[in-house]
Design a protein around this ligand. Structure first.
Ligand code: FAD
Length: 388
């Protein structure tokens, strides 16, 4: 009689790689792909399962838009547009549908966005509220509307799959269900270069570079380290946000992606998710959470605010039938991203509810940091916490 075979556990992790990427949200997935395609040996570790819903990147759709009021963001949207098209070509998937994108509401917001888009060479058009209502009957307008045709809808879950698949094609190893418990720098010695050790539940991995793409969890993983070397992260406020899908009978091609700047100073976004309804969300979120301690439930007052908004401003949906979603925002004080390096550890967080559209660019920016380039000035740690 043969001996019983030992229970097969998870395969061990490699002891050493060039780059460990922590997190398989859009940032980690895009980074793993670009790093691997630039010839790095990459191990991506993600604590949850592939496609999980615990972070910021899940769900079928995200808005792609070029409507920012700041030149460098506008330029990055143009790079991202080309990047998404290239990703479609490489992956054979359809990822970006240009449904057009609208901004409406506070006139000073529209003026700033229009001016920056014009400086960035992006065509836009102004419409009166009446013209806009005729063209997009699902929405209500009180003020002028700014439309650009190069905005639309990303198939976000598909996009992450495309990044991950191409990362594997380029040689990356992906491991799901592996939680990183610590990231520790290894200083350079006379004979060895600097690096870092990534401690996980399955053992330690030594790497030349570590990319912390852990979104709302990044401060937990590297906040203390950053502070200890005098380069603190900005305060990242994590909110549990709760947009909802609403059923609609309005034709799919009459739904652009939209952002509304109501007079109360808030902003509200929306777009059609085919097969699920029109997604509408209040930007920001009032429910502060720790990412490990959230209930995923819709907060009744927030939901009431959302449905009241929808009843007033989105006549093309049934405001009485919301299907809520729970998601995390990692808000930096300026809502600018953090993408910088602390020696060999690349730190990313603070995507503040608007990072997805930049996916291919985020992969490029992280990879440039690994290659030794300076950070993008807007996303540098120093830009968030200027010296006192
Ligand atoms: C409701 C909602 C709507 C949005 N709409 C838009 C939009 O229309 N357009 C747009 O451009 N952006 C939008 N955003 C923002 C965009 O989705 C986020 O900025 C982006 O997804 C952030 O990605 P991330 O990779 O940084 O974070 P995440 O997706 O949270 O990824 C971080 C990953 O790290 C993993 N991780 C954390 N800790 C560990 C650990 N210790 N070990 C291993 N793995 C770990 C997590 O499990 C997670 O998978 C929206 C966000 C939300 C929540």
């Amino acid at each position: 009689m043969s001996a019983p075979s030992p229970t097969a556990g998870p395969a061990p992790l490699p002891e050493r790689v060039e780059v460990v990427v922590i997190g398989a949200g859009v940032v980690g997935a895009a980074a793993a792909r670009t790093l691997a395609e630039r010839g790095r040996s990459v191990l991506l570790v993600e604590r949850f399962e592939r496609g999980h819903e615990h972070g910021s990147s899940h769900g079928a759709t995200r808005i792609f838009r070029q409507g920012y009021d700041v030149d460098d963001y506008v330029a990055l949207t143009s790079e991202a547009l080309a990047g998404w098209r290239e990703l479609e070509e490489r992956s054979g998937r359809t990822l970006l549908e240009l449904t057009g994108a609208l901004d409406h509401g506070r006139p000073e917001m529209l003026r700033g966005i229009e001016a920056a888009m014009t400086r960035g060479g992006i065509a836009s058009e102004r419409l009166s509220p009446e013209q806009a209502a005729e063209r997009w009957p699902g929405l209500r307008f009180e003020q002028e509307v700014l439309h650009h045709a190069t905005g639309g809808r990303l198939s976000s879950a598909e996009a992450i799959e495309a990044f991950l698949d191409l990362a594997v094609v380029a040689g990356a190893t992906l491991r799901f269900g592996v939680r990183v418990t610590a990231v520790e720098p290894i200083p350079a010695t006379g004979t060895t270069a600097a690096g870092a050790v990534v401690r996980t539940e399955l053992g330690d991995v030594t790497a030349d570079h570590v990319v912390v793409a852990a979104g709302s969890w990044t401060p937990d993983l590297v906040g203390e380290l950053a502070a200890s070397v005098g380069r603190p992260l900005p305060e990242i406020v994590v909110t549990q946000v709760q947009p909802a899908h609403f059923p609609t009978a309005v034709a799919a091609d009459a739904w652009p992606s939209f952002v509304h700047y109501p007079d109360d100073g808030s902003s509200v976004y929306g777009l059609l998710t085919p097969g699920e309804g029109v997604k509408v969300g209040l930007h920001g979120g009032a429910v502060h959470v720790h990412p490990d301690e959230r209930d995923g439930l819709a907060e009744p007052e927030e939901l009431a605010r959302l449905t009241a908004y929808v009843a007033e401003w989105v006549p093309g949906v049934d405001a009485s039938a919301p299907h809520t979603i729970s998601c995390l925002y990692d808000l930096s004080p300026s809502e600018d991203f953090v993408i910088d390096r602390i020696d060999r550890i690349i730190v990313t967080t603070g995507f503040s509810g608007h990072g997805f559209k930049f996916g291919p660019v985020l992969g490029r920016l992280v990879t440039d940091l690994v290659d030794g380039d300076a950070p993008h000035p807007r996303f540098a740690l120093a830009a968030h916490t200027p010296p006192a």
